[in-house]
Design a protein around this ligand. Structure first.
Ligand code: GN1
Ligand code: MG
Length: 372
């Protein structure tokens, strides 16, 4: 049974569900922040209208849930308007929000939590769930270029900054130093070598923020959480459909999305694999994703952006690692964890990748050069 979703919440949305007694409800555990359920009317999944995603928004992290939902509504409606005449399958080329019975794009439960509902993307799986092939990487890279390109005409001033300084690695570094100094969990002695490693890499933290400050790196509308589990593909053809998890769509750098996609997609192992002998950065994944990405993005990227593509992967991986480490030191107050050392395991995993990527930078630059 589910402790968190009941049919009262499901009934608050204008779905096509016809009965509420026999719904199949499955919790989806891949996200670290919100709580997600897939709700299916038995026998109706194939129509695409009998299956929905319900999410309870974590308002401790997303402090302005209504602003966040407004962002998602604007972006999904914008992408849909671009796709509706050009895509063979517009309903699967973006997430589609289901309005609540009062017309809003969210509803609140009796405890004040915000919920939203999306049409389930028919016959889809996320990229993390399949054996990823070269072709899938090429198409994921080009899907990212396409996502960024499609939002170039979107007026970014309409968007609220959902989490200020989300990918400001310099600020994340300051937060790490604070977490180390405060050591609220008392766990700092367990992470001595990890802290030392992280504090030793300050020089890479400002490469993107400096470019943004000087204007050499343009501010664009970016996704900001492009890990493979946020890329949906067709279960049969394996073609990329769209990006999901639009919580953090807001102004940012294209490098955040490129780097973050390869943070996850460039790794040989899951983000929380504890056996570091299984964790390494796979240059072929970089090459294939980058090839797909540049085929669409080289027409709009600036030289300063192209010059930092390899570094962006190191920076985003490092940033994620120091966020996990900071949360470990703070006592696991941000990311969902399944066991006490989970955040430390995740941080070590990311730092192993950072070491690999930094060691490969000349080779990765050579790859980019060949692809241009
Ligand atoms: C969080 O909740 P989820 O899994 O979509 C985090 C991302 C991290 C990611 C690491 C709002 O995303 O920034 O990269 O975990 N989202 C937020 O897996 O902090
Ligand atoms: Mg996310």
């Amino acid at each position: 049974m589910n402790e968190l979703i009941n049919t009262d919440i499901i009934r608050l949305f204008k779905t096509d569900l016809t009965s509420f007694d026999d719904l199949e409800i499955v919790r989806i555990i891949s996200g670290h922040i919100n709580v997600t359920y897939c709700v299916t009317q038995p026998g109706c999944a194939d129509t695409g209208r009998g299956q929905y995603i319900f999410q309870r928004i974590n308002h401790n992290i997303f402090r302005d849930p209504e602003g966040l939902m407004r962002n998602i509504q604007l972006v999904t409606e914008y992408v849909y308007s671009l796709k509706k005449d050009t895509s063979p399958d517009p309903e699967r080329s973006t997430l589609v929000l289901v309005p609540a019975t009062d017309g809003k794009v969210f509803a609140r439960d009796s405890e004040g939590y915000y919920w939203r509902c999306y049409v389930y993307l028919r016959n889809s799986v996320n990229l993390d769930m399949v054996k990823v092939t070269r072709k899938t990487y090429l198409s994921a890279g080009s899907a990212l270029a396409e996502f960024q390109k499609s939002l170039m005409g979107f007026d970014a001033s309409q968007l609220v900054e959902v989490i200020p300084d989300f990918h400001n690695t310099v600020k994340r570094f300051e937060n790490l130093k604070k977490a180390v100094a405060e050591n609220r969990s008392g766990r700092a002695p367990n992470a001595k070598a990890d802290i030392e490693f992280a504090l030793g890499l300050e020089e890479i933290t400002h490469l993107i923020t400096d470019g943004l400050a000087s204007g050499e790196i343009p501010l664009r509308v970016t996704h900001n959480d492009t890990k493979l589990s946020n890329i949906m593909i067709d279960r049969d053809t394996k073609e990329v459909l769209c990006f999901i998890d639009l919580d953090t769509v807001m102004p940012g750098s294209a490098l955040y999305d490129f780097g973050d996609a390869l943070r996850a997609g460039g790794s040989s192992a899951a983000e929380d694999e504890a056996d570091l002998t299984k964790v390494h950065f796979v240059p072929a994944n970089f090459r294939n994703f980058c090839k797909g990405y540049l085929s669409g993005a080289k027409e709009f990227l600036t030289p300063a952006e192209i010059a930092l593509l390899p570094e962006s992967v190191a920076i985003m991986t490092y940033e994620c690692g120091i966020r996990f480490l900071s949360d470990y030191l703070d006592g696991d107050v941000y990311f969902h964890t399944s066991y006490p050392e989970h955040n430390l395991v995740r941080a070590r995993n990311q730092f192993k990748l950072v070491s690999d990527i930094l060691g490969m930078l000349p080779a990765l630059h050579a790859q980019v050069g060949k692809l241009l």
